[in-house]
Design a protein around this ligand. Structure first.
Ligand code: C2E
Ligand code: CA
Ligand code: CA
Ligand code: CA
Length: 278
């Protein structure tokens, strides 16, 4: 058994070497991807329950890799953050999203995800200012989605950055609400325009769990704080009906559409304009 142990150790060493090399290769590949214009944005509609129409789209980045095909953000955002690429990549996402949104019907908003790394040193303020100037998109049509990781430090610099963004006229949404451990205190520190209820709560909303009660409570919280609420990850008619009944403002999920390329945007708007949804 002891001899086996040695063998196993060597095996792991080789494994680690392989994964380390794969990781290096990914980093090099990723750095070049921006210059090679291999990134693209897909858009997922956000449905306005009261207006019964699409009110906006969330921009979700993809990497069109020449060999690996379409790579989802889960496989490269964290690495992009570690190697600092998220700053130029994030700026590219902002400018591209604003420019593409200029081609959409008037009033349709665009939401862009922003990483905590982009928040350091107020880099984000300049990126947003530049994207708005270059695209000429009215600031009120741009929404930034931030997660609790941005607010983890909860320091004055972060708050100052959020207020600087607010002064530019853009809206700010708290993404994945309820997945962190101190979500509530963040709502007290900054007046978000919107709370996005994480899909893990929406998934179980119709089953006999506490999720339904939590969703109801968050919608009530939004109402009393003057923040809009969006239910994420709606996949079924039952989830749609339930969220609408509870007074949620907006819904998003595969029930409406999966994220698609920019050319699909007009079709998605058309599909959900005064459509029969029960
Ligand atoms: P997120 O911001 O919570 O985005 C929602 C994710 O849920 C998207 O995955 C979307 O495709 C997926 N989704 C939407 N509706 C449904 C549904 O009904 N069912 C299920 N099972 N999933 C649904 P995606 O596009 O893979 O993005 C994953 C995460 O990557 C995002 O989570 C966001 O945190 C991050 N991300 C995406 N684009 C960017 C970006 O441009 N910048 C940064 N910093 N992060 C990004
Ligand atoms: Ca998001
Ligand atoms: Ca989310
Ligand atoms: Ca998420």
């Amino acid at each position: 058994a002891k001899a086996d142990g040695r063998g196993t150790k060597r095996f792991f060493e080789v494994e680690m070497d392989v994964s380390l090399r794969a990781r290096r290769a990914l980093e090099i590949d990723l750095r070049e991807a921006l210059e090679r214009e291999e990134f693209e944005l897909h858009y997922q509609p956000i449905y306005d329950f009261r207006g019964r129409r699409i009110g906006g789209f969330e921009a979700l980045v993809r990497w069109r890799h020449p060999v690996r095909g379409l790579v989802p953000p889960a496989e490269f955002i964290a690495v992009a953050e570690e190697i600092g690429l998220i700053v130029p990549l994030g700026a590219w996402c902002l400018t591209t999203a604003c420019t593409e949104a200029m081609r959409w019907p008037d009033g349709i908003k665009v939401a862009v995800n922003v990483s905590a790394v982009q928040f350091r040193d107020e880099i984000i303020v300049e990126s947003v200012r530049a994207a708005l100037a270059k695209s000429r998109l009215p600031p009120g049509r741009l929404e930034l989605e931030i997660t609790e990781s941005v607010l983890l430090k909860d320091n004055l610099a972060t708050l100052a950055t959020l207020y600087a963004l607010r002064r530019l006229g853009v809206r700010i949404a708290m993404d994945d609400f309820g997945t962190g451990y101190s979500s509530l205190s963040y709502l007290r520190s900054f007046p978000f325009d919107k709370i996005k209820i994480d899909q893990s709560f929406v998934r179980d909303i119709t089953s006999k769990t506490d999720s339904g009660l939590i969703v109801r409570a968050v919608i009530g919280l939004g109402l009393s704080l003057g923040m809009r609420t969006t239910g994420e990850g709606i996949e079924t008619q039952e989830q749609f009906d339930r969220l609408r009944c509870e007074g949620c403002d907006e819904g998003q999920g595969y029930f409406f559409a999966k994220p698609g390329p920019a050319r699909d945007v007009p079709r998605m708007i058309e599909r959900w304009s005064s459509a029969g949804t029960g």
